[in-house]
Design a protein around this ligand. Structure first.
Ligand SMILES: *Cc1c(COP(=O)(O)O)cnc(C)c1O
Length: 494
């Protein structure tokens, strides 16, 4: 399987190892496989009898053809072990009314990004070897919370790599800050930035494009790489859990083999829901994909009108991992549905004017699979309360957006299919806002919120999160945003 750019570069195709090592295509586009491998119901039946790591290796091997099955199985077993995912990687639980929940937050950092970032570093290290890369990789991340911690956990002590994370010192939750400040590992660096997430992000982008820095690092035997969701290595492990969820629903007698299910995904950068769409394109019996957004409802508008317009107010919401105005992976959807030419044209427009508009026929094509809904802050809080009171289930602020959207969709469309709602974080990761939604109050100190939420509900706190809350912070450095480059060079060459 070869990989090409969504915008036209690499027409001859590159290997999956090269795509994973490089991250971004040379023309600024994203890597996509040149065709989507097909699966059938026999494949799903077969997979149903297997463990999660075995399912992962089988699905990954359809895309990463320059990795051997044994390599993929070894990596999947290490990534999705019983020590890392407690009690298991992607369990399904049931709600009322034909709704089911796919819980993706049982990993080391209590958010769904672990599903990809536990295995991606292993695939990445193999990619370096397969590409003959002898330099050390420095993974550079700007984070608004969840990605930074998940990347740190994934890359800690991985040979041949170092990882450095910048976060806005006052722009992440107290729990997220404590998670990062207590990070262990001999190859990690965590630094707070005086500024907001955009400052951290543009600082990192500047470092990536600085040729002098690249040369200095190269002379020291180091090169920079990224861990964000435009990398194919982060997207491909996410396809696995949609197919695995279907297997589990079939095996559990919830659906008959071949019966279509709908899927609702709380969406920010469009990575998670796009992985579901690839599973559907491969042949997994998936009907509608419901794209759930928060008050930053640019995707809801896009799926309704065909116009993508980023010139709008940005809201900081209680589901911060979905606060986003440019959903990078939407580019991949345009590519697979409208083709490379149209995709490149719309991306040029987006860069130049901040907006583009689909033709009616193009929107209709996308609407065959996708529908968008959004929840504002009140909807989100009310859904947390209702779900707790009526279903006795505690959900986080991101999952709540999806539950709200799924409910609306099922009502509007009188949908009969079973609905799989994707749950992306433990409620304890956003305990302050969950408490506020349930009771109208929260503790002044965010770090006291998990304890208070536990006293109220008796729902167990994930053990990695509990451990983190009792640890002493060790990464206390805070720097001016103008000093990020020096900080990177120091850490890279030390
Ligand atoms: C990152 C994240 C999302 C959004 O996922 P995308 O792949 O960016 O659409 C949703 N919920 C949580 C908890 C997240 O951390």
């Amino acid at each position: 399987m070869k990989y090409i750019s969504t915008r036209g570069a690499h027409t001859e195709g590159v290997s999956s190892a090269y795509a994973i090592k490089t991250g971004l295509a040379s023309d600024g586009g994203l890597f996509m496989p040149e065709s989507i491998p097909a699966i059938d119901l026999e494949f799903i039946k077969e997979l149903s009898a297997l463990s999660y790591p075995e399912r992962a290796a089988r699905v990954l091997s359809l895309f990463l053809t320059d990795y051997t099955y044994d390599e993929l199985l070894e990596d999947a077993k290490a990534a999705y072990s019983k020590e890392k995912f407690i009690p298991q990687p992607a369990p399904i639980t049931s709600l009322s009314g034909g709704r089911y929940m796919l819980e993706l937050w049982h990993g080391p950092t209590s958010a769904f990004k672990d599903m990809a970032l536990q295995i991606m570093p292993r695939l990445f290290v193999r990619a370096l070897r397969k590409c003959g890369e002898e330099r050390e990789a420095l993974i550079l991340v700007a984070t608004s919370g969840d990605t930074g911690k998940a990347a740190l956990e994934g890359y800690r002590d991985v040979p041949g790599t170092k990882i450095k994370v910048f976060y806005p010192i006052d722009g992440v939750s107290q729990v997220q800050k404590r998670q990062m400040q207590t990070q262990e590992g001999t190859n990690v660096s965590v630094v707070g930035i005086k500024g907001n997430f955009d400052d951290a992000q543009s600082g990192v982008k500047k470092i990536f494009s600085d040729q002098d820095i690249a040369r200095t690092l190269d002379e020291g035997g180091v090169f920079l790489s990224s861990a964000n969701s435009i990398n194919w290595g982060r997207l491909v492990p996410q396809i696995v859990y949609y197919i695995s969820a279907y297997c589990d629903m079939y095996k559990g007698g919830i659906i008959k083999i071949g019966e279509k299910i709908d899927v609702c995904v709380p969406t920010g950068n469009f990575g998670n829901i796009f992985a579901a769409y690839i599973a559907k394109m491969m042949g997994a019996p998936i009907g509608r994909l419901v794209c759930a957004s928060n008050k930053n409802n640019i995707l809801t508008d896009f799926l309704k009108t065909g116009e993508y317009d980023k010139n709008r107010v940005f809201y900081a919401t209680m589901s911060p991992s979905m606060d986003i105005l440019i959903s990078s992976n939407l580019e991949r959807l345009l590519y697979v549905t409208l083709g490379q030419k149209k995709c490149a044209e719309y991306m040029r427009k987006l860069a130049a004017e901040g907006k583009y508009s689909l033709e009616a026929s193009e929107l209709a094509l996308i609407n065959e699979s996708f529908v968008g809904y959004y929840a504002d802050e009140d909807d989100c809080a009310k859904t947390i309360k209702d779900t707790y009171e009526n279903e006795n289930r505690l959900i986080d602020t991101h999952t709540s957006v999806a539950v709200f959207a799924a409910n609306r969709y099922m009502k509007d469309y009188e949908a009969k299919s079973k609905m799989l709602v994707v749950s992306t974080a433990s409620p304890y990761k956003f305990a302050g806002d969950v408490l506020l939604s349930l009771t109208g109050e929260k503790p002044c100190d965010d770090l006291d919120a998990p304890k208070a939420l536990f006293s109220m509900t008796g729902v167990a706190v994930p053990s990695p999160l509990e451990t983190v809350l009792s640890k002493q912070p060790i990464h206390l450095g805070v720097i001016d945003k103008d000093n990020m480059a020096d900080s990177v060079i120091d850490f890279a060459l030390r």
